[in-house]
Design a protein around this ligand. Sequence first.
Ligand SMILES: *[C@@H]1O[C@H](CO)[C@@H](O)[C@H](O)[C@H]1NC(C)=O
Ligand SMILES: *[C@@H]1O[C@H](CO)[C@@H](O)[C@H](O)[C@H]1NC(C)=O
Ligand SMILES: *[C@@H]1O[C@H](CO)[C@@H](O)[C@H](O)[C@H]1NC(C)=O
Ligand SMILES: *[C@@H]1O[C@H](CO)[C@@H](O)[C@H](O)[C@H]1NC(C)=O
Ligand SMILES: *[C@@H]1O[C@H](CO)[C@@H](O)[C@H](O)[C@H]1NC(C)=O
Ligand SMILES: *[C@@H]1O[C@H](CO)[C@@H](O)[C@H](O)[C@H]1NC(C)=O
Ligand SMILES: *[C@@H]1O[C@H](CO)[C@@H](O)[C@H](O)[C@H]1NC(C)=O
Ligand SMILES: *[C@@H]1O[C@H](CO)[C@@H](O)[C@H](O)[C@H]1NC(C)=O
Ligand SMILES: *[C@@H]1O[C@H](CO)[C@@H](O)[C@H](O)[C@H]1NC(C)=O
Length: 534
Amino acid sequence: MRVSTYLAALATAACASAKVWGNSTTAGSVTFDNNRKLLFDTDGNQIDAVGAKINEFGGRYYLYGNSVSQKDAFYGIKSYSSNDLLNWQYEGYLFDIDDGKNPCTGSGGCGRPHIIYNQNASTYILWANAGSVGYQVATSDSPTGPFVFQSSPAMIDPQFDGLQPADHAVEIIDGKGYLVFSALNFRDPRAGSLFPQVYQTLHISELTDDFLNTTGVSYPVASNATAELDFVDQQAESPDIFKRGDYFYIGGSNTCGYCNGTLALLYRSESIQGPWTRQILAGYGCNSQFEGVTPLTDPNTGETTYLWSGTSVPGGDPRVGFSGHIYQPLEFNADGSVQDLDCSIDAEFTVAFPKSNSTTATGNATEAGDASPALAVYSPVCDSDFFTLYQTWPASQDGTIESVSLNVARGHQEAALSLTLFKFSSHEDLLTPGYKWTQLGTASFFANQTTWVFDTVTVPVSTNGTVSKGEFLGVSIAGFDVSPWCHLEYDGADEDYILYAQGGGQYSLRGAQGKTSPVYQRVGKSVKFFATYA
Ligand SMILES: *[C@@H]1O[C@H](CO)[C@@H](O)[C@H](O)[C@H]1NC(C)=O
Ligand SMILES: *[C@@H]1O[C@H](CO)[C@@H](O)[C@H](O)[C@H]1NC(C)=O
Ligand SMILES: *[C@@H]1O[C@H](CO)[C@@H](O)[C@H](O)[C@H]1NC(C)=O
Ligand SMILES: *[C@@H]1O[C@H](CO)[C@@H](O)[C@H](O)[C@H]1NC(C)=O
Ligand SMILES: *[C@@H]1O[C@H](CO)[C@@H](O)[C@H](O)[C@H]1NC(C)=O
Ligand SMILES: *[C@@H]1O[C@H](CO)[C@@H](O)[C@H](O)[C@H]1NC(C)=O
Ligand SMILES: *[C@@H]1O[C@H](CO)[C@@H](O)[C@H](O)[C@H]1NC(C)=O
Ligand SMILES: *[C@@H]1O[C@H](CO)[C@@H](O)[C@H](O)[C@H]1NC(C)=O
Ligand SMILES: *[C@@H]1O[C@H](CO)[C@@H](O)[C@H](O)[C@H]1NC(C)=O
């Protein structure tokens, strides 16, 4: 974590008070849509937080989730902060995953992180699922860490001693702490050859007054369906809990493990002891797995929006790292039930939220001179085994180009990814046989220098980077290997942002007349990138 970021976070935490969040709060507005799933931080890197939960602490929003960038599996917990739910600043890992002092490298990987704030102790408390060991609890005086783990895991209801504690959520409601957790049963005789492979059920416990443990007493969270016949309650995972009016609500999904969508479940009850009423809000969760609900109160109207979110495809096994996130407000009926999710592909949701005067996050990507749009719908394209790409654009200003960054995700490559930054006189010239561009810089990366998510790689300018406004720039992307590198593309690119592709080994003219260039445009597409000026 950058030291300045850490100090800023500490400062934010220190001045956390009702005053800051109260009177200096204005109503912000943010629009989500079902298409724009891959999210990026202000440095241009993919938000690497599977099962993300958004919390508000001290007038700022924090997004927490499991990182998969290093290992293609849960490895550490990352956090991001924002004042507007749109510009997210990377705040680093919550603790040093490599220090050998945390319980997170075993099974479970400290999954489904949830953080609560103990106001009396001015302490942030992290609960994380460490698999068969159970729930590990850690504390910090900052919402972004470093978190230090307790010496022993929390206790859960002893009746589940033979089962494995799994997905969970912790939350404080009306001053009381709650743990909702699932218990995995690998030995249920009803397991099938195809499915289900395991059984798991949801339970709720109160936390102790310090929020560091449970009381050891739990109540089942299940519908009134007959257990033997019901394969929905018996497959529930990824919970979150909130309260609205008289009802406790527990959202969840069915067993899925970041697959291509699963039941979006919602249970409600006036008491944590039940009885619970169950709803299925969507059969495929809008192609996502439920991850959390964040209440947002509009300071103008006092009305609270309960913002539902899911970890969404693109992604899913086996590329969990390509997971995105989708958000939409839950719509409540008068009886407390909730309407079905709107999974239509073009649905947009505008949500009012309290926006404090904490700073809007900025970074290398938001401050870049030239860039593909921050909020486009980006899709993974994995084709460097077949194509070399040339992304071109005109310089937006007179100045000196410093570097160009673009998003790539690794596979099991042995060859390096090669990037070349260049300028050229015209598109016609560029495609003319024998034309030579002016090289500005090169860089190459082995797989072990890149990550399993769409982080950026950067080509620095190594010669004279002076450019005039309108001058043509380009970056070539080559990574021939049986395991292709992946990059991001969007549709509907500005007509000046032209992407060319050249097939492997295609170095001569083609076509019946022998006049067709082997390099051709991917019409309307552009690669995700940004260029910085001095
Ligand atoms: C906040 O603003 C309201 C309305 O302007 C005012 O009535 C209230 O006293 C203020 N509260 C604080 C703590 O300043
Ligand atoms: C935010 O508002 C609080 C309370 O009005 C004020 O004390 C503080 O200086 C403001 N911070 C910034 C960064 O404007
Ligand atoms: C939770 O309580 C149990 C039983 O008292 C104890 O063994 C365990 O150490 C406690 N864990 C934490 C994190 O306080
Ligand atoms: C916080 O302090 C208040 C007042 O002393 C007390 O009533 C409450 O139980 C405390 N809560 C926690 C979580 O320690
Ligand atoms: C993913 O789910 C959708 C239904 O929402 C289905 O059309 C599609 O075929 C599924 N893909 C896979 C790989 O299961
Ligand atoms: C079970 O719950 C459903 C709705 O959640 C309700 O319609 C039904 O009456 C309940 N059945 C019993 C036996 O309580
Ligand atoms: C931002 O850009 C600077 C200057 O090129 C570079 O040193 C730094 O590593 C970049 N930061 C990130 C997070 O990429
Ligand atoms: C990274 O991969 C390259 C190519 O496979 C290899 O030569 C190099 O030793 C690796 N570096 C590390 C630190 O593992
Ligand atoms: C850099 O390139 C610009 C434009 O081509 C030129 O005007 C300038 O003299 C060059 N500077 C150096 C130090 O070569």
